[in-house]
Design a protein. Structure first.
Lengths: 391, 211
């Protein structure tokens, strides 16, 4: 029974393809998987928009949407109808072809990332040997679409937003990759399925997730920072900073194309949360050994939704960074720290089992964190403000 | 240490998030169409015309002096003065507005008309649900729509209305006293004249009399 529930989607798929001739089955398998992903994640996106709006409202002691349907949960339906029926405006001077392609390519590339994420035991669309590499390749191509959108709009705000986005995404892409590399160093595989499987065993009833190691924790924190910047989420939402850039690279998009950008942004959030879950939070494995009877896909999606909640929580808390702060943070703190974390990971790998490596690695990382925080990121202590003429 | 402030901020927002589900004081939202709170006494939206008694046309305090029309900064008041006169609250024959319109789509709720009115005839209402599907006729209120009784004025601005009533009563008393004094003087003069007349012609008919 437990295995049936765990493998329910696989069984369902095999039952459907069972009606078809042998030669068709692989192709239909893939199509079914794609259809599931393409239906599931936009559905999750719709739900997340409500949760986000309600969560942010609660953080600000408001009620949030509560009119459309029970507790406002049909709000995304209304939003969808609205964006579908809105006029789709293309600026006269815009490069129409690229302007049209940008949101489409964005959504497509973001969807591609889901192909290699193991969403449960045996539940992966393509078990690629270099799945991590593929994921990062797809993630990097979203930058191109952002720049396509900004450039083709022929609008200064759009272009500025796109420039910011590209600068930011390239800076943080490096960190994202390097924090992923430490996981690859320990698990010895680029396949996300193997990485998830490597964390699926327990010491006593505690899990062996990578986040529960010193290097893994440090790596996860850096990964989370980079992921937030990659997905252009607050506090790294400079590319669409409303106060200075109208809406950034999607200023000139309206109607359904804008909805596609919105969708792409949230799908990127899901996929990067899925990746973080797979790399550091044990993928689809249960948090305690006595909870392994709960289906693996529930754990995966629970972890993704928790990550999304943290994204929303951060958005409700932190103010937007300035461009120079953003760049300083990336190149002066996050990147060097991730590089040192790589060294520590190597140390961890070669120190062998035992408690010594816990102490040594934790101490090194803590010392580096405090030191770099003090030296690199120390606040400029400005004295009391003096006025020359006003007093 | 780096990140301390972020953790502190995150805890603060978490406290707000959780607190809004438990404490009523945090969640101050009033879900308007279903729930409402009583407007504060000083609330003001658009002006209305006060009338005394039961009949709005007879009791209207406005005498069509047109001061408010002239003072109105956005010029949203339109008054036509009547040709005839009718007695006002003090019994004095006065003009009255044959047309008194306020375009509330133009009105900016400045209350200047109220401040300049020497007859306490125009006051601020607190009725705010004035949405209409006719944006020209529907938002141009005529004198019938604008007329509200003094009792209504008391119900929305009790303190201010009591002051106004006291002032009007004082004025009326003063006017009455003046009228009485004038009447008394007239009666005396009449009496003197009568006595004079009686002395002149003894069997005179007493037709004339002071009232």
């Amino acid at each position: 029974m437990v295995t049936t529930l765990d493998q329910i989607f696989i069984i369902l798929r095999n039952w459907i393809t069972g009606f078809l001739p042998q030669a068709w089955r692989p192709a239909v398998d893939v199509v079914l998987g794609v259809v599931t992903i393409v239906c599931l994640f936009p559905g999750l996106f719709a739900l997340t928009t409500v949760f986000e709006r309600k969560g942010l409202a609660r953080i600000q002691n408001r009620l949030g949407p509560n009119r459309t349907g029970p507790f406002g949960f049909f709000q995304p339906v209304a939003d969808g109808i609205k964006s579908l029926t809105k006029e789709d405006i293309v600026p006269l001077n815009a490069d129409a072809a690229v302007h049209f392609l940008a949101p489409v390519v964005l959504v497509v590339t973001v969807f591609m990332g889901f192909a290699v994420l193991p969403m449960g035991r045996n539940m992966v669309l393509v078990d690629m040997d270099a799945g991590l590499l593929f994921f990062f390749a797809m993630g990097a191509s979203t930058e191109v679409t952002v720049f396509m959108a900004g450039w083709s709009s022929r609008n200064k705000y759009s272009l500025l937003g796109a420039m910011r986005a590209v600068a930011q995404m390239i800076s943080y892409e490096v960190v994202l990759l390097l924090s992923g590399v430490s996981v690859v160093m320990i698990s010895g595989s680029l396949s996300l399925v193997k990485i998830a499987a490597a964390q699926n065993h327990y010491t006593g009833w505690l899990p062996n997730w990578y986040i529960f190691t010193p290097w893994g924790f440090a790596g996860f924190v850096m990964f989370a920072i980079a992921a937030t910047a990659e997905t252009n989420r607050s506090p790294f939402d400079l590319p669409e900073g409303e106060s200075e850039l109208v809406a950034g690279y999607h200023t000139e998009y309206s109607g359904f194309k804008f909805a596609l950008f919105f969708l792409g942004e949230y799908l990127a959030m899901f996929s990067i949360s899925g990746l973080g879950t797979t790399l550091f939070l044990g993928g689809w494995s249960a948090p305690f050994s006595f909870l392994t009877w709960v289906p693996s896909w529930i754990w995966f999606f629970a972890k993704v939704m928790v990550s999304i909640f943290v994204f929303i929580w951060m958005r409700g808390t932190l103010p937007r960074l300035r461009q120079d702060q953003l760049m300083n943070f990336a190149w002066k703190f996050v990147l060097p720290f991730t590089l040192i974390n790589l060294m520590v990971t190597a140390l961890w790998r070669f120190m062998g089992e035992g408690w010594e490596r816990w102490v040594v690695c934790t101490l090194i990382l803590a010392a580096v964190f405090v030191l770099m925080g003090k030296v690199g990121m120390g606040r400029e202590h400005l004295g009391p403000r003096s006025y020359r003429y006003a007093e | 240490m780096l990140g301390e402030g972020i953790v502190k901020g995150m805890l603060e927002t978490a406290r707000n998030f959780a607190g809004s589900y438990v404490s009523k004081e945090r969640l101050t939202t009033v879900q308007y169409p279903e729930e409402r709170i009583a407007p504060i006494e000083a609330a003001r939206v658009f002006p209305f015309l006060v009338y005394d008694g039961a009949d709005w046309e007879a009791g209207m305090r406005c005498v069509a002096c047109q001061i408010c029309e002239k003072e109105c900064p956005p010029k949203c008041i339109y008054i036509d003065k009547s040709k005839d006169k009718k007695p006002d609250a003090l019994g004095k024959p006065q003009f009255y507005p044959s047309r008194f319109d306020i375009d509330i789509s133009v009105c900016m709720s400045c209350q200047i008309c109220v401040e300049v009115c020497p007859f306490e005839a125009i006051k601020m209402d607190n009725e705010f649900e004035l949405a209409t599907d006719d944006r020209f006729g529907g938002l141009l209120l005529d004198r019938k729509q604008l007329s509200k009784s003094n009792r209504y004025y008391h119900s929305i601005h009790p303190t201010e209305a009591a002051e106004v009533d006291a002032r009007l009563a004082g004025e009326k008393a003063k006017a009455d006293a003046k009228a009485k004094a004038a009447a008394g003087a007239a009666a005396k003069a009449e009496g003197a004249a009568k006595a004079d007349g009686a002395a002149k012609a003894k069997p005179g008919s007493p037709t004339a009399g002071g009232d």
